[in-house]
Design a protein around this ligand. Sequence first.
Ligand code: 4NP
Length: 174
Amino acid sequence: MHIDNNYLAPDDNRYKILFICLGNICRSPAAQGIMEKLIADRGLQDRFYVDSAGTYGGHSGSLPDQRMRVHARRRGYELTHRSRQVTGRDFDTFDLIVVMDRSNLHGLRCMKEVVDEQKVVEIARYLRIHPGHDCVPDPYYDGAEGFELVLDLLEDACAGLLDELCKNNNITIS
Ligand code: 4NP
């Protein structure tokens, strides 16, 4: 089966995960890149589809923030996603909507479309190595250590999330 991640067929039955942050140029595209690599490393590309979006559309069309790309590349992630704003249709398309912090949740609630909150989770619940954090904090006005913290937290939480989804859906690694 050929998988084109830019096109979703109507009968595409992969489990679909959407990561959300504010601008979709720092945290959520990094989460997407990390999760896509985890999925590829486990040979699960035919079971999961991943995308990301922002509650704010001001960066639409942009590559991830240069600082995020540099820090991610050092860990082996090439971030090539183009920023886009979340839409009401995303709540039909995706099975799980994963927000980085409480203000992202508030941003979703402010959308004019009706948001299916049953699909929305905060990423911090999947942290295993860093259980003391209650969000993945916005690094935009931080220095290098802010971006490193984001990547540490996202690597931890994405592994926790993928393990939980595999367990719940009886998926074993080939
Ligand atoms: P992100 O970071 O939500 O992780 O993509 C930010 C990106 C842009 C802005 C704030 C946070 N901004 O104010 O433009």
